[in-house]
Write a protein that binds this ligand. Structure first.
Ligand SMILES: Cc1ncc(COP(=O)(O)O)c(C=O)c1O
Length: 383
């Protein structure tokens, strides 16, 4: 008897972690694999968490999370032109739980879910665990949406849900004004729900922020996910959130309740302090990520890589096509021979092949050392 569910055995561990785990065999190698900022958690967040322990705020919170934090999220989003009330917001254990809660609320066996390729691997895996059917939509060379292909898929497949992910892991793309208008028109005209993962919203390097959740006219079909792992460099403290109108929220909260009851109280107080008083820290981290982005982009260009300038998040996704290897072989060889770990583009779906993901959530010293190692290793390749 096969004791494992078919859905679960059909998926694999994330390719990001798989590559990270290989590092134990190469103790001298440098890793640029993880989306884990290297900054310390801002001091005021730490202090608020310590205080919450001292004040014994350590019991269960309401299922949706502390009202103070939900109200601050509502204000934060309003500054981005996105309007959800505290009652339309549920605090989750990272964006990860929020994703699973939303998929579990919406996806029946066989329901079609449109997911970009390349994309953050959790989308596809969550849908598969739930027995949904994944349909990929492809992106243009600059990682913007290929609207011709998307329109055809919408007409032919009539999917229930589309996932949008901006600023994007792994490509660093953001939603442009023009694409947000095109998307709005397309989604308005189709009977489809939208899951917009905006976990990197605070790391948009352009002045204006565009999101499909800004359009009031289709707000009732958009569900938004956000979180503080990246914004406050607090990945291990596990706070995210989901926003949706009450029709969806009443159902999402059931999944959340039976799954986790509530997010950790102490971390909720930390995130609250973050939104109240750590925006300067966020801006500082963003400015550092932009310096690193420029450095990595320029270095890759001078090494001959074809690469788009990332406009958000902290990843860069150069093409490795000209090296005549698939992305997995490229990364294996670079790790073994060059001592640098990066993630094969194939870990993000078929659309990621011929690319690699480099995370620049690492210090400038580590980035400089890695890039010089990559340069040396490239010289050893006969191309
Ligand atoms: C696009 C995207 N969504 C969601 C998450 C989940 O993050 P967390 O659960 O730490 O909030 C990540 C983490 O890397 C991500 O890159």
């Amino acid at each position: 008897m096969n004791s494992i569910s078919k859905n679960v055995s059909s998926i694999e561990l994330s390719g990001i972690r798989k590559f990270y785990n290989k590092l134990v065999n190469y103790p001298d190698a440098i890793s640029l694999t993880l989306g884990q900022p290297d900054f310390n958690v801002p001091k005021k967040i730490k202090a608020a968490m310590i205080q919450s322990i001292e004040e014994n705020k350590t019991g269960y919170t309401s299922n949706a999370g502390i009202i103070e934090l939900r109200e601050e999220i509502s204000k934060y989003l309003a500054n981005l032109g996105i309007h959800y009330t505290a009652g339309e917001t549920c605090i989750t254990i990272g964006g990860s739980e929020a994703l699973m809660d939303v998929f579990a609320t919406l996806v029946n066996t066989g329901d079609k879910v449109l997911i970009p390729t390349p994309a953050y691997p959790a989308y596809e895996s969550c849908v598969k665990i739930l027995g949904g059917s994944v349909i990929n939509y492809s992106l243009n060379d600059d990682f913007s949406i290929n609207f011709d292909s998307l329109k055809k898929i919408l007409d032919k497949e009539k999917p229930k849900l589309i996932v949008l992910s901006y600023p994007c892991n792994p490509t660093g793309a953001i939603l442009s004004k023009e694409d947000s208008t095109n998307l709005f028109n397309l989604l308005k005209a189709n009977d489809i729900l939208v899951l917009s993962d905006e976990i990197y919203a605070s790391l948009c390097f352009e002045k204006d922020y565009y999101s499909i959740a800004q359009y009031k006219e289709i707000k009732d079909k958009v569900i938004l996910i956000g979180g503080f792992s990246k914004m406050f460099s607090m990945t291990g403290l596990r706070i995210g959130y989901v926003c949706a109108n009450t029709y969806f929220m009443n159902e999402i909260i059931k999944v959340h309740q039976y799954n986790v009851s509530c997010a950790p109280s102490i971390s909720q107080w930390g995130a609250y302090a973050g939104l109240k008083s750590c925006m300067e820290d966020v801006n500082y981290m963003k400015s550092k990520f932009m310096e690193r982005r420029d450095y990595v982009f320029n270095s890759l260009k001078s090494l001959g890589f074809k690469v788009n300038l990332p406009k958000g998040a902290f990843y860069i996704f150069p093409s490795i096509k000209k090296f005549g290897m698939n992305s997995n072989d490229f990364c294996e060889k670079l790790l073994k021979e060059g001592g640098v770990a990066i993630v094969p583009g194939s870990a993000f779906g078929s659309g990621g092949e011929d690319h690699v993901r480099i995370s620049y959530a690492y210090s400038m010293e580590e980035l400089k050392l890695s890039l010089s190692k990559i340069e040396k290793w490239l010289h050893t390749l006969k191309i």
